[in-house]
Write a protein that binds this ligand. Structure first.
Ligand code: FES
Length: 105
């Protein structure tokens, strides 16, 4: 059975924006995205270096890392721009009662 964890309120993430979220019990931060009315959750740390992706820019469904400009597809986690090569971890999301939940474990 999948366990869903409360990530944040939907209102915390602006449309076409991203927000870094810390969740008690998890060592790493997560990035929550709001794209075209849908929500997505990935690891926040770039797979190329120790940088928060939540500080980057979103363009065409991709998050661009603020350090070297690598990018990932927000929906799939696929690395789409070098120097990123390793896929970003993504999590299944459910929205209920104005809150975002994800299958984090
Ligand atoms: S640390 Fe993200 S592209 Fe290099």
């Amino acid at each position: 059975m999948t366990t869903l964890t409360l990530v944040c309120k939907t209102s915390e993430v602006p449309e076409n924006g991203v927000k870094q979220i810390s969740i008690p019990g998890f060592d790493e931060e997560f990035a929550v995205y709001h794209l075209d009315g849908e929500y997505f959750v990935t690891d926040d740390m770039c797979t190329h270096g120790m940088v928060s992706l939540a500080g980057g820019d979103i363009e065409d469904g991709q998050i661009f890392c603020p350090l070297h400009g690598g990018a990932f597809d927000i929906r799939t986690g696929k690395a789409t721009e070098l120097p990123c090569r390793v896929k970003l971890k993504t999590y299944a999301v459910e929205v209920k009662d104005d809150a975002v939940y994800a299958a984090l474990s």
